[in-house]
Write a protein that binds this ligand. Sequence first.
Ligand SMILES: C[S@@+](CC[C@H](N)C(=O)[O-])C[C@H]1O[C@@H](n2cnc3c(N)ncnc32)[C@H](O)[C@@H]1O
Length: 284
Amino acid sequence: MALSNTALDVSEIAWFIRMKYGVDVSRYRPTCFRRRVAHRMAMIGCGTVEEYLGYLTADGEEMEKLMDVITIHVTGFYRDRDVFQALEERYVPPMLSGSTIPRTGTIRAWSAGCSTGEEAYSIAIMLERAARASAPGTQIEVFGTDVSEDACRAARSGVYSDERIEGMPSRIRSEYFVRERDGWHARQSLRGLVKFRPHDLFSPAPFSRLDMIFCRNVLIHFEHYVRDAVMKGFHEALVPGGLLVLGKSEVLAGEAERLFDLMDPRCKIYGKRPSDGPSREDRR
Ligand SMILES: C[S@@+](CC[C@H](N)C(=O)[O-])C[C@H]1O[C@@H](n2cnc3c(N)ncnc32)[C@H](O)[C@@H]1O
């Protein structure tokens, strides 16, 4: 008889993943983790956790599949196009002119949980276009990180199929990508703006002096206390006036609410609040 998800004791699987991948899945929401293990067990017809664990140890491919469903890599170029539009039109120009962040001649952005790179490349394109229009000569640095090394490798290759690139305006596509036999290749001019590397958000932020952090559709899978810790790290890594962009269905809650001002509720764009400083409402 199949076990219900809530009755599944997945602690041994969590331990195995930690040993093998160094990923501490106890920090993901337990219901999500159990549901995903149950889904993989059902896919291969395993009736017990012990049997599934046997599978995992013997079959590297199943391990990859489980990690894929736990971390979910769904993404896309210009995902939530209105967010990119709002940034390009309303939030990036004042950054470039130095009215909301210190002017250094460089704009640094981090796509945290970048999956296969579409988000990081979209950010680089958006910043490059905005800089060209209002602050030519500005250096652009975009960092893309993900816990999955495979995702980072794919991102670094910068090659995307027709379906993956679908929806990108053709003018932008031909400016930043070139069609080759195996798909659309990001041009060197774009690749030079973006650096990818593996990073687990459960460990400290690897960058500082950032002007923007995008962490979209990643934190929803994390336990609350982990989200708070990640947000504190983001707050420290941002320059005064820096922006944090979350996924459309995500909100800051608890401790983290005190660190950022919600500037655009529809697009989930937050501004860094100075440490111990008043909120925007208080400052009015
Ligand atoms: C749904 S994708 C989001 C991609 C992109 N941010 C977007 O919104 O299109 C979630 C990504 O978060 C990554 N992820 C999950 N847990 C993570 C962790 N602990 N540290 C870093 N990245 C993680 C996954 O590997 C996956 O690629």
